[in-house]
Design a protein around this ligand. Structure first.
Ligand code: SF4
Length: 240
């Protein structure tokens, strides 16, 4: 076939379209790439991350997570050594004297509610799960005092199942980084799940959590020292 100047023009136009299409990323793809880049940056500063609540068994992690509501992990870690010495198995908590349990967990705040939840939760684990903490979202969220966040902490850190934990830090950081437009934790969880491969759900959300706890603070984020500064989309970030 003889190529006319028109054929060549159409060919170049087609090439430009193909090139533009290859360079184009939908917002979700762009956010996936941006989140992957940010996690890579965070990995470079802290190679390994793990939940900061001290524990040896799934039950101990469940107890510590229930105690961590409205309380710092450090404070919980000060309380649990004595607690774990006094009560070992779920059945020990199930028949604990409420006032003795309350006294042991008092420094974590809301100690009456937490003691009630621990005793009720221990009874269900003992009676319905043969003393073993269940390892599915459905079963975990049937336990008194256990919501989706606590269940995800257990799934990801005690049972090594992919799980996105959305606590107050993850909620704030995901919002500031424009990884979600929601404030509802379950919707944020779904957004982060969609942006990450499943084998990075636990590690990725834990990194966002630690970034929020130590750098992207609620009242005075340390933007000047933030490794994610370039990728941060928050209009309120402080200038460098
Ligand atoms: S630049 Fe500031 S607001 Fe953005 S992630 Fe870092 S600390 Fe948070």
């Amino acid at each position: 076939m003889h190529l006319t100047p028109d054929h060549c023009r159409i060919g170049r136009h087609h090439q430009r379209i193909m090139k533009a299409a290859a360079a184009h990323h939908t917002p979700a793809q762009a956010d996936k790439r941006r989140l992957a880049r940010m996690l890579k940056t965070l990995r470079a500063t802290a190679p390994a991350v793990k939940v900061e609540l001290d524990h040896h068994t799934p039950w101990e992690l469940l107890v510590a997570t229930i105690l961590s509501a409205q309380c710092t992990d450090q404070r919980v870690n000060q309380v649990t050594p004595n607690l774990f010495r006094r009560y070992k198995q779920p059945r020990d908590y199930a028949c604990a004297d409420p006032s003795e349990l309350e006294a042991l967990i008092r420094p974590t705040g809301f100690f009456k509610t937490k003691a009630t939840n621990l005793i009720r939760c221990a009874k269900v684990v003992t009676e319905q799960f043969h003393g073993d903490v269940p390892d599915t979202m459905e079963a975990l969220t049937t336990l008194p005092g256990v919501g989706r966040k606590t269940a995800n902490v257990l799934l990801g850190n005690a049972f090594e199942k992919p799980a996105v934990v959305v606590d107050t830090h993850v909620k704030r950081v995901a919002g500031r980084l424009h990884l979600t437009r929601y404030t509802d934790p379950e919707k944020i969880e779904m957004d982060l799940r969609a942006l990450l491969p499943a084998d990075q759900w636990t590690e990725g959300s834990q990194r966002l959590l630690l970034h929020g706890r130590y750098v992207c603070l609620a009242r005075a984020p340390k933007c000047g020292h933030c490794a994610l500064y370039t990728d941060c989309r928050w209009e309120g970030k402080t200038a460098r």
